[in-house]
Design a protein. Sequence first.
Length: 280
Amino acid sequence: MNALASTAARRAAPPDYHRRMSETGGVREVKSAARTVELLELLAARGDRPARLQELSDELEVPRSSMYALLQTLIGRGWVRTDVTGSLYGIGIHALLTGTSYLDSDPRVRLVRPYLDEASEALGETIHLGRLDGRDVAYLATRESHEYLRTISRVGRRLPAHVGALGKALLAERPDAELPEGPYEALTPRSHTSRATLLADLMEVRARGYSVDREEGVSGIAGFGFALRYDTPAQDAISCSAPVARLTPAHEARIVAVMRETRARIESTAPRATGSVDWR
């Protein structure tokens, strides 16, 4: 291919072509594999709302016949499930098994879990471990409080990084230039929706050493997030969530003290470079 043809080909590439090439180390993406992953991610994102064939075909811009064949293949392997009529589709049990394998094989998760138990016992509040994944934070472990109702913080949940204590603690570990332009999605009336207000908040996070979320992600719940600096930049963070109705100044001070100590203990025992697999 001559230089002119090569330039034309680059200009004709889909908008996300160069990003995907970068993410795959310059290797051309396998279309069938990408389509399978996109389908599974779409079904997972729908949660308890099963999808019909036409919906999936339209959303992913795939012909009905191709989508049907892909669904049947994944049903046969346990990655997708269908109802008794064969007209509704949802994520299958093998997605859970693979997710569990991820948690079981991750040395950081195994390291942090006992400390979450101790912090939850000491504070009587809900404690989380989360990991930055693009612009979101994924919950990897949670110890629920027995004192109040669930905060929808189950393992596997994802939240935009700008709305919660975990995410803001991790965003503060990164240069401001990496922060995307707004406006941002609002999950509650207190969520940050502009880059300017979020940047101001992150400056305060860096100054005090931890993040504070006052009903930004869940109404009625406050959170305190602490980045775990065993990686640079930090990928993981821990947080404590508590109902604002019982968050006195004394209790807040105790939460911060216990979580600071918990972070220090985790970081002091985190394994250093040992020749083991260094996941990226």
